[in-house]
Design a protein around this ligand. Structure first.
Ligand SMILES: Nc1nc2c(ncn2[C@@H]2O[C@H](COP(=O)(O)OP(=O)(O)OP(=O)(O)O)[C@@H](O)[C@H]2O)c(=O)[nH]1
Ligand SMILES: [Zn+2]
Length: 303
């Protein structure tokens, strides 16, 4: 039978689901290990068959999001994404370090990003200063900031416009509203989940798998539990440094090349902190993430 192209919308250890982009969903098995394991978002060549098709090959990827496994080794997770949408809300209280983890990931992969401040219908309360700092942080990095509410629908048109035609991944703490946003962006979501479960033959299982949902505007949304708790060990400390351009820049003014930015005289970073050019919390996050990645690079010295 003749070979076709398609889009992988879900992938498990031994098979994946391919959208033929003409309304059909096909369960396909992998042809050996040599072709590599496709992940959600991959464009593939495949050959139809009964009861299953076969994956023949994976088209070159624009990008690949990997997550560190429990040993920090990279595992492919999703491919070909256009934008990371970082979701925060007044509740649960925003986690400054977690947002920086996403920023490091996005910057390292060269992904466009967007900060979506959800639950705009709620009082900001004690989260107000952190939210303001996160918005300022993103704006400084040239990342658009939008706010809205899935409860009232406010701002959602802006989110649709800003990400129109793109394949996006929502990331953020549990409870910020990622599922609610997914529902708002994919009106036929529950129908589609039913269809996917039926084709994959794995019942409810699909809801915990990384899954791509196509959007009406030609874009897509990838729902991935795997990126929700993210380790960066495998990215390395240099990637962390590159994601903090304001700290690197200030460090050039330090008198000592090996300045630790703690008690040394003429420290550019401490001057930057004092002048407000560097956000204090971000400096803490940077130190924390560097320590984490350094330990991964030199496990024998870790601890
Ligand atoms: N007030 C308000 N509540 C919202 C809004 N969006 C979501 N929620 C509520 O927040 C809670 C969590 O929403 P979810 O969409 O399940 O959050 P999530 O990020 O998918 O959570 P996990 O699946 O645990 O990662 C639910 O009770 C939602 O009804 C909003 O815009 N305003
Ligand atoms: Zn210094």
């Amino acid at each position: 039978m003749s070979q076709k192209t398609g889009l992988v919308i879900m992938s498990t250890a031994d098979h994946c689901l391919v959208d033929d982009m003409a309304g059909g969903l096909h369960r396909c098995q992998l042809r050996g290990r040599r072709a590599g394991r496709p992940v959600c978002g991959d464009r593939v060549r495949w050959t139809p068959g009964t009861p299953e098709g076969v994956i023949d090959g994976i088209e070159p990827r624009h990008n690949l999001v990997e997550r560190g496994d429990f040993r920090g080794r990279p595992r492919p997770l999703v491919a070909n994404i256009d934008r990371l949408v970082i979701v925060v809300a007044p509740e649960p209280a925003p986690d400054s370090l977690l947002v920086d983890r996403y920023l490091v990931l996005g910057q390292t992969l060269g992904l466009a990003m967007l900060l979506w401040c959800n639950k705009a219908d709620l009082e900001l309360g004690p989260s107000a200063p952190t939210l303001a700092a996160l918005q300022a942080r993103c704006r400084r990095l040239g990342i658009p900031v939008l706010e809205g509410s899935t409860t009232t629908g406010a701002g959602l048109a802006g989110l649709r416009n800003q990400t129109g035609g793109e394949t996006i991944v929502l990331v953020g703490q549990s409870g910020v509203g990622k599922s609610s946003i997914t529902q708002a962006l994919i009106p036929a979501l529950s129908l589609r989940i039913g269809e996917i479960s039926a084709t994959s033959g794995q019942g409810r299982h699909t809801t915990s798998e990384t899954t791509l949902f196509r959007r009406e505007d030609g874009g897509a949304l990838i729902d991935s539990p795997g990126v929700r708790t993210l380790r960066l060990d495998h990215l390395g400390s240099e990637a962390v440094d590159r994601a903090y351009p304001e700290i690197l820049e200030a460090a050039r003014e330090c008198r000592f090349r090996d300045c630790q930015h703690s008690r040394e005289p003429d420290c550019g970073v401490r001057q930057g902190l004092a002048a407000g050019a560097i956000e204090a919390q971000r400096f803490e996050n940077w130190r924390r993430l560097r320590r984490e990645t350094k330990i991964a690079e030199n496990p024998e010295r870790g601890g």
